[in-house]
Design a protein around this ligand. Structure first.
Ligand code: ADP
Ligand code: MG
Length: 229
């Protein structure tokens, strides 16, 4: 369970360009659930994900992960937590430009055949030995998702993970995420503009101007294949 208590995020605090991106937000995210975060551009969705995953420090409030207060961990402990428990699929992919795609996926871990099989299923097996700048946005996005899957974390934060993908590819990716969400009880927290993704989620959080406008449980969770895309 992730518990968020009155968290605020102020960028450039005390400077002329100070900006309050999150305004005393509270909510809870259940372990093993799929939570989708929606809201207009600039409403604070990415900021929320970055704060919850420890990529950004919050300005006020508290974040607990399974009863452990993670909002005040030292950099070292936070790094360890992120390495062991948390993966992040970035909106802008965040691939390392001078590593080949296959090195980006596996980093310092051994090559995992099940991930290579997925690369094959998703049609990116032929770009594994290319550098990121030799690939399309959709290919980069798939590689970034494979990197996150390879980490086998208990929580995956996904910031618009299908933004660069066509409908067919989006479905393939969502099906795999749904499968690990069900089988491994991986917690999925996903920002998206695709309203159809709300149908496959357990919870939908709507963010507006740095505040949570609504937090709704979906009582009719649909399988990826049963959604009319
Ligand atoms: P969303 O993901 O919903 O589009 P963001 O969380 O990226 O929104 O941004 C929320 C607001 O915070 C925006 O107005 C954005 O300009 C601002 N913001 C985001 N990151 C920074 C930053 N590093 N420094 C200053 N302002 C930022
Ligand atoms: Mg964003």
């Amino acid at each position: 369970m992730i518990k968020i208590k009155n968290i605020s995020k102020i960028y450039n605090k005390g400077k002329f360009n100070e900006f309050i991106a999150l305004k005393s937000i509270s909510c809870q995210i259940e372990t093993g659930s799929w939570t989708t975060v929606v809201g207009a551009s600039g409403s604070g969705k990415s900021t929320l994900l970055k704060c919850l995953s420890g990529l950004e420090r919050i300005s006020a409030g508290e974040i607990y992960l399974d009863e452990e207060k993670i909002s005040e961990l030292s950099e070292k402990k936070l790094l360890l937590l992120r390495k062991n428990k948390i993966s992040f699929i970035f909106q802008d992919y965040n691939l390392i430009e001078d590593l080949k795609m296959i090195e980006n996926i596996f980093l310092d871990t051994k090559v995992d055949d099940s991930i290579l099989t997925l690369a094959n299923d998703w049609g990116v097996d032929d770009v594994l030995y290319r550098f990121p700048n030799e690939c399309s946005g959709g290919q980069r996005q798939k590689i970034a998702i494979l990197r996150a899957l390879n980490q086998k974390s208990s929580i995956i934060f996904c910031d618009e993970p299908t933004g660069a993908l066509d409908t067919k590819s989006s479905k393939e990716v969502l099906k795999v995420l749904k499968q690990i969400n069900k089988e491994r009880k991986t917690t999925i927290i996903m920002v998206t503009h695709n309203t159809l993704i709300e149908k496959i989620s357990d919870y939908v959080v709507t963010v507006h101007d740095g505040e949570i406008l609504s937090y709704e449980k979906n009582n009719l969770v649909t399988e990826v294949d049963d959604v009319q895309w």
